[in-house]
Design a protein around this ligand. Structure first.
Ligand code: BG6
Length: 482
């Protein structure tokens, strides 16, 4: 079989926060998988950097333990695990002082250098400054930063400003892990790799679009972060916004970083300001032995939302008049990320009123069970006249592509894109700021009104008000709970 792996140059990757949760759960397992696939060239180094003192052996043990937990299958191969650990190094570093920087300098050998800031944003500026001070950066340096990128427009602008003091925008990789998901990239393939959909992809033919990102998990151990964030900042401002952009954007002239990001930015800038009656906030209550949101965050009076449903409008020629409904929440009935493009009814029914109303619908299932379903209208078989029914033309990707096709984790793709220097799947400064500029007034409105989220039963489809918001428009939510 022809290898589909695109080779990269040898590189040094420094993970600040190298003993943290993200490093253990996502970054190191992603690197290990790429290593096992032969994509990490000899001579590359992965350097964990954190405050605590660890011997090299102790850090390698920590890495091996993390991989045995978060890359279980592959880590059974002890030789591979050992070989991977050989390229892993460690420095104890003081982000705000001088300790450890000379050691780090001694470890970096390669031209391509990526610095992954897997630490709180409060340290970005210190790290950036010290990297420069110690002469550790070059033309081929990249910095990777995680969400949350700011808490609002002002803080995001401040972060952008701090990073820009030391790095060119072309060196900054802001991660939204949704963009690294294979299924999310598939949205672009479906839209721009087929001629079928594009002529219909506009307000003339599309009645409305729904985007759902539902989770069954609660806020778990992340209560402290989540309580200050809520679903709007945690999910809507970034992940749902990215999905909306990919669905609504104009075809970019090519699949290149700025062409794609320019088009996404135009979508965000064309969004209307959401009216208070077009948005529903919710908070889960206790059920099935699981704690309520307020218990999870240990705040009996919390006003933070674990659910948001909203209606918005992309004000441009393509979409004027076609509403977009977004919804996301924790402790919902199913884990379900999907997009429904609901087409308009035919302009005239030749079959008479008894045929009823029928909408074609394209359902794009992103996770779990990736697939596409096109709902088409056919004649109900049998005698009794022309009765119409809707049936799905179904394509499960697992069935179509075979069960052996493995979907890589988002971080595998994203980290290798950093090494390659490809920013297409990363957010640009103006994109992040535009997303906050849209989100901020909504959140400020809640704060000014002292808005309290509506309670909803855990493992339900969210608060009744979300359903009512739809029924006021003579529409209903699709998917989740069906
Ligand atoms: C993260 C959010 O960015 O995305 C989490 O902070 C959320 O609250 C997670 O659970 C969802 O990601 P995924 O990949 O499980 O859909």
């Amino acid at each position: 079989m022809v290898s589909r792996i695109i080779p990269v140059n040898e590189f040094d990757l420094v993970v600040f926060g190298g003993t943290g949760d993200l490093a253990k759960r996502k970054i190191l397992p992603a690197l290990f998988k790429r290593f096992c696939d032969g994509q990490i060239p000899e001579g590359s180094r992965i350097v964990g950097a954190a405050r605590s003192a660890h011997t090299l052996d102790a850090y390698r043990d920590l890495v091996a333990e993390a991989l045995s937990e978060f890359a279980k299958e592959l880590a059974r191969d002890q030789d591979a695990l050992r070989a991977f650990c050989e390229i892993v190094h460690y420095v104890a570093i003081d982000a705000r002082g001088e300790g450890g920087w000379a050691d780090l300098a001694g470890l970096l050998k390669n031209e391509v250098r990526a610095f992954y800031f897997s630490v709180g944003p409060g340290l970005f500026s210190d790290l950036a400054e010290r990297l420069h001070l110690h002469g550790l950066t070059n033309e081929q340096t990249r910095v990777v930063v995680e969400k949350p990128f700011g808490h609002d427009l002002e803080t995001a602008q401040a972060l952008n400003h701090e990073l820009a003091q030391h790095f060119d925008e072309s060196q900054i990789y802001r991660i939204d892990h949704y963009l690294g998901k294979e299924t999310v990239q598939n949205l672009m393939a479906v839209r721009f790799g087929n001629i079928l959909f594009e002529p219909l992809w506009n307000a003339q033919y599309v009645d409305h679009i729904q985007i759902t990102v539902a989770e069954t998990v609660g806020v778990g151990g992340r209560g402290e972060y989540y309580e200050k964030s809520g679903a709007m900042r945690d999910m809507v401002q970034n992940h749902l916004m990215q999905l909306l952009c990919l669905i609504a954007m104009e075809p970019p002239s090519k699949f290149d970083p700025d062409a794609v990001r320019d088009e996404k930015l135009k979508v965000i800038r064309a969004l209307d300001s959401v009216q208070p009656h077009h948005i529903v906030r919710g908070q889960y209550t206790a059920a099935d032995g699981e704690a309520s949101y307020r218990e999870d965050v240990d705040n009996p009076r919390s006003k933070t939302e674990s659910f948001v449903a909203l209606k918005c409008q992309v004000n441009n020629w393509r979409w004027a008049g076609t509403p977009f409904y977004l919804r996301t929440g924790k402790r919902l009935s199913d884990r379900d990320t999907e997009i429904r493009v609901v087409f308009k009814d035919t302009p005239h029914s030749i079959f008479g009123p008894e045929a009823g109303q029928h909408h074609n619908e394209l359902a794009i299932q992103l996770q779990p069970d990736e697939g596409i379903t096109l709902k088409v209208t056919i004649k109900e078989p049998g005698p009794g006249g022309m009765r119409l029914i809707d049936v799905p033309l179904d394509m499960s990707f697992a069935e179509a592509l075979g069960p052996t096709v493995e979907t890589p984790d988002a971080y595998e793709r994203l980290i290798m894109d950093v090494i390659r220097g490809n920013q297409t799947l990363f957010m640009r400064n103006d994109e992040v700021e535009a997303a906050w500029a849209w989100t901020d007034p909504i959140i400020r409105g809640w704060e000014a009104r002292g808005d309290v989220p509506k309670p909803y039963d855990a493992f339900s489809t969210g608060p009744d008000d979300a359903a009512m918001m739809m029924s006021r428009d003579q529409r209903h939510w699709r998917g989740l709970g069906k």
